[in-house]
Design a binder for this molecule. Structure first.
Ligand code: ADP
Ligand code: MG
Length: 785
């Protein structure tokens, strides 16, 4: 038996799932596939693996010796849930491991393995029968990520396969599958007869959230939700009883912005006055300057004070808006000297930083976590009592018809909103403050988010499935099948890359491409990368391109002034806010200028081989990074994203190994530090890039076979219209209006620095992106990157 600590023992007994243990285990015993539905916090992720472990699964001497595999859609969940289960398992803590891309703790002791769903998919490619597992738990099935969907389709077939294998050979055991979901949005698969041919699998319900969460809607829905989050969280911190806060925003820029403001607003000063700090101070400012700045702060004009409606002393309880903000819980607020402990949580953050949110905050401080929707499901962050939900998320949208990809900020679904609220009730009763009105919630929120498979390019999925022998992708038991058009488009691209034959069979090239953990485009670049000794460069380049988002953008290191300074469009007050130029502002501006100069210098350095190729700039950066003695310091200095470079470097190693085992002799041992590429090699590299993006070519509009009328001569490079080889916009604009189909170079591209006359006739782009600003539904033409 497992010796659990008293504390863990008591906590487990309160979990709804534990109350259903017998029913659940019986269902698993009697069926090959079981679906478990239990609200967030009911104990699915932490308890199910333990039930199975205690029943002997994963024990080499039991009738079910194979591993207990648990998949998660996100890395941070795989790591943190493995840690938690390991803690709960007392003397068996070393039986629990995790594996995420590039990182694993799996050993020969492992019985329970947490992993991302991508890892398990790769394992299926290596062994379609998954013999090393006795049971697979697919967690968070309601999230409907592409990988989860495909996994569910795959395992439904693997269950059949293992069954027939075990009938022939008793040493092979049948596979058990447990699908877990926090919402009931699972009828898509439970009632899908192509998925479960023997009829729907049994559904075991573990009802009830652990602790009640009170939901407070806002009276009004502010458009500038970052500003609103600042106001709400500041007020909440002053008025609410002790307890951690979790704030949902949409992206890392917003998180940084809000984090900076909160830290400043609650920076302890000698007088213990926490509300006054409006000035911007960087950590290494000399004390003398700080004094100057405080002077600037006290001299704030009345106009500035009005601006600052986060200031309790001024707005106070008289403000009718605040009467029902839900912060008056009839308990005492925290001591007014309580500091804030603000931590970010988003997927680009290094794992070590992410794990900080699970540690207790310093004494006499309130934990405030600013998160994207990585915190929406799976994670339990101890001590979170208050959730602030902006109601939006940044989601990848993909136009299947045109291939235009965009990150749009849009309303979340009702199901997501309830997941977010659930975060507040995991370790005690809690409150969720929604920064939107109940009218918006009822009127504008969909019940559920569309499954990701309907919003993403699927050529990689199609190739992977075909090379696993699933030729007729269209007949694959997808929980939600992708559109016929999307499938056809993916096959077309794969044929263009030479990965599929005319009749849709995987070619030798295709087989090769599918061995890379990469989009087939990048696979193609590696496949032809051997000419002129280019292979090490192609590997480095592909690693950089595949990880993507390598550079800190200008907007990130010099964010546009805080939204409070801009005119607030949903604010009723008609007087335009005056900007008071303080010493602090002046200092800020000087710093900004300096950073802009440094940035330009760095960009010149990375584009020395070719000042028109963004891809080669990636190559220069990753090669330069390899020469740095201290990667983090180098990244900081060179405006690089350290985490992305670490990942790209790991990918370089991994790809080198794959290339070496695929085609011995093509590359030598992995060498991080490469000599400068020759001119011949640079030219070859550009051809190789083009081969990967063969279908993504654009021509300068004035050179098109039938040039459209261009009303004004473009004054900047980013105004020069291009036309894509394939139609790039699906909207209903009149057909003769060719210009409405035009695309433009993204301002972050090196090309944006050219004069309009220098713009190339043709260019190859990696993606089209619909730009979107803060606002939902903004309309702009796609930009090329
Ligand atoms: P589900 O998967 O059903 O959403 P979990 O198994 O993740 O639920 O969590 C069940 C409960 O276990 C939580 O509500 C919480 O009380 C407790 N718990 C989980 N992880 C932790 C943790 N890291 N620290 C403290 N308590 C935790
Ligand atoms: Mg869970």
């Amino acid at each position: 038996p497992v010796n659990r600590s008293e504390e863990i023992q008591t906590a487990r007994l309160g979990l709804p799932v534990v109350g259903e243990e017998q029913k659940i285990m019986e269902a698993i015993h009697n069926n090959s596939t079981v679906v478990i539905w239990g609200a967030t916090g009911s104990g699915k992720t932490t308890q199910l693996p333990q039930f199975l472990f205690e029943a002997g699964y994963g024990n080499p001497d039991s009738p079910n010796p194979g591993l207990i595999g648990v998949t998660q859609p996100r890395r941070v969940a795989a790591v943190s849930m493995a840690n938690r289960v390991s803690q709960e398992l007392g003397q068996y803590s070393d039986k629990v491991s995790y594996q995420i891309r590039f990182e694993t703790t799996v050993s020969n002791k492992t019985a329970i393995k947490f992993m991302t769903d991508g890892i398990l998919l790769r394992e299926i490619a290596d062994d379609f029968s998954l013999r090393k597992y006795s049971v697979i738990i697919i967690d968070e099935a309601h999230e409907r990520s592409v990988n989860t969907d495909i996994l569910i389709g795959m395992v439904s077939r693997i269950v059949d396969l293992r069954k027939s294998m075990s009938e022939e050979n008793p040493s092979v055991k049948p596979l058990k599958v447990v699908i877990m979901s926090a919402t009931l949005r699972i009828s898509d698969f439970t009632h899908n007869t192509s998925l479960f041919r023997q009829g729907p699998p049994p559904l075991v319900q573990a009802e009830g959230r652990q602790y009640p969460v009170t939901v407070h809607f806002a009276r009004r829905t502010h458009r500038d939700y970052v500003e609103e989050a600042f106001n709400k969280v500041s007020r909440g911190h002053r008025k609410l009883p002790p307890g951690g806060m979790l704030v949902f925003l949409t992206g890392q820029n917003e998180i940084r912005q809000l984090s900076k403001r909160l830290k400043q607003a609650f920076k302890p000063t000698q007088r213990g006055d926490t509300t006054q700090a409006k000035v911007q101070l960087s950590a290494n400012d000399a004390p003398l300057e700080a004094e100057d700045l405080e002077l600037g702060g006290t001299e704030m004009s009345p106009a500035d004070h009005e601006d600052d409606d986060s200031d309790m002393e001024i707005t106070g309880l008289d403000d009718p808006e605040e009467e029902d903000d839900g912060f008056d819980l009839g308990e005492d607020a925290m001591d007014s000297s309580t500091k804030v402990h603000v931590l970010p949580l988003y997927s680009q953050l290094p794992t070590k930083e992410q794990m900080k949110v699970f540690e207790p905050p310093p004494e006499n401080s309130r934990l405030i976590i600013l998160a994207t929707n990585v915190a929406e499901t799976s994670l339990t962050i101890p001590g979170i009592k208050y959730v602030f939900d902006c109601g939006r998320a940044k989601e990848k949208q993909f136009d299947l018809f045109t291939g235009v990809q965009s990150f749009q900020i849009g309303w979340i679904s009702k199901a997501s909103a309830s997941q977010r609220a659930g975060r507040a009730g995991r370790t005690g009763p809690g409150h969720c403050y929604r920064m939107y009105s109940s009218a918006v919630y009822e009127g504008d929120f969909a019940e559920y988010t569309d499954p990701e498979i309907l919003r993403t390019p699927i050529e990689g999925v199609v190739l992977q499935m075909k090379s696993m022998g699933l030729h007729s992708v269209i007949n694959f038991p997808f929980p939600t099948p992708p559109s016929r058009h999307g499938l056809a488009k993916a096959e077309k691209l794969l044929q263009n890359l030479g990965a599929l034959s005319g009749d849709g069979r995987v070619t030798q090239i295709g087989r090769r491409l599918s061995t890379y953990p990469l989009s087939p485009r990048f696979g193609k670049m590696l496949y032809i990368g051997h000419q002129h000794g280019c292979m090490p460069y192609v590997i480095a380049l592909v690693s950089a391109l595949a990880v993507g988002d390598l550079f800190v953008t200008e907007n990130q290191f010099n964010p546009t002034a805080s939204p409070a300074k801009k005119k607030n469009d949903d604010d009723d007050s008609d007087d335009e806010r005056k900007k008071v130029y303080t010493n602090a502002d002046r200092l800020e501006d000087t710093e900004r200028e300096q950073r802009t100069k440094d940035f330009a210098r760095v960009q010149r350095l990375f584009s020395k081989h070719d000042d028109t190729s963004d891809a080669l700039r990636y190559l220069s950066a990753i090669c330069a990074y390899a020469y740095a003695a201290d990667g983090d310091a180098f990244s900081e200095k060179m405006f690089l994203r350290a985490k992305a470079f670490k990942e790209a470097t790991q990918l370089r190693r991994q790809l080198t190994d794959i290339v070496r085992s695929n085609s011995p002799g093509l590359v030598g041992d992995y060498t991080a530090r490469l000599p400068e590429p020759s001119l011949k090699q640079l030219k070859a590299l550009k051809q190789i890039i083009t081969a990967g993006f063969i279908d993504q070519v654009a021509i300068r509009a004035d050179l098109a076979p039938i040039p459209p009328e261009i009303p004004r001569t473009p004054r900047r490079a980013i105004d020069v219209p291009y036309l894509t080889l394939f139609r790039s916009r699906s909207d209903g604009s009149a057909q003769d209006d060719v210009l409405s189909r035009a695309v433009f170079v993204h301002p972050s591209s090196l090309l944006a620095k050219l004069s309009p006359k220098e713009m190339p006739q043709y260019l190859v782009y990696s993606h089209l992106q619909q730009s979107s600003a803060h606002n939902i539904g903004s309309e702009q033409q796609p930009k090329i990157r």
